[in-house]
Design a protein around this ligand. Structure first.
Ligand code: OFO
Length: 169
């Protein structure tokens, strides 16, 4: 059983993970329009990761004999149009998600749910990786500037990213 306040916080985070999936799907479409298949691949992996993050919580809520309540997923708001601007938004978004995972941990702490805290540790570590991964691409994009050849080299590099289904919890 989950405390009702914690159950609501988990449901809110499931919605945010699904929004992340939708946001990255929107970004994938922009890179497809730019003819940058490596970036498309990078976002495709990101989309799958976000779905896995949402499903990890979805399954956990059920495992705790609590209820999943799905809400509407907001329209993704993509602010920029260049690779650099889009990755600035991705980093900003991941920092926001980190803050939400921390807020979820705060609720688990408040209701003294040690099992949930232990489960959420995985997400805390995952957010460190997410921010590092995005920050790496962003740093490279800043170095590249207007150099189109260098952008195509980065695109080739991003084409090698693969999705590995995470073992959550
Ligand atoms: Fe689910 O980590 Fe990104 O948003």
């Amino acid at each position: 059983m989950l405390d009702k306040k914690l159950e609501a916080a988990f449901n809110d985070q499931i919605n945010k993970e699904l929004y992340s999936e939708y946001l990255y799907l929107g970004m994938k479409a922009i890179f497809a329009d730019m003819n940058l298949p490596g970036f498309v691949n990078w976002f495709d992996v990101q989309v799958q990761e976000e779905r896995a993050h949402a499903m990890g919580m979805f399954d956990y809520v059920h495992e705790r004999n609590a209820q999943v309540t799905l809400e509407a997923i907001a329209k993704p708001e993509i602010k920029g149009s260049t690779p650099l601007e889009i990755f600035e938004q991705v980093l900003e978004h991941e920092e926001y998600v980190t803050s939400r995972i921390n807020a979820l941990m705060d609720v688990a702490e408040e209701v003294r749910d040690r099992a949930a805290l232990s489960f959420l540790d995985w997400y805390v570590k995952e957010q460190v990786e997410e921010e590092a991964n995005v920050g790496g691409v962003l740093a490279t994009l800043k170095l590249i500037g207007e150099d189109k050849k260098a952008l195509l080299l980065l695109d080739k590099d991003l084409a090698t990213r693969t999705f590995v289904a995470p073992v959550i919890g």
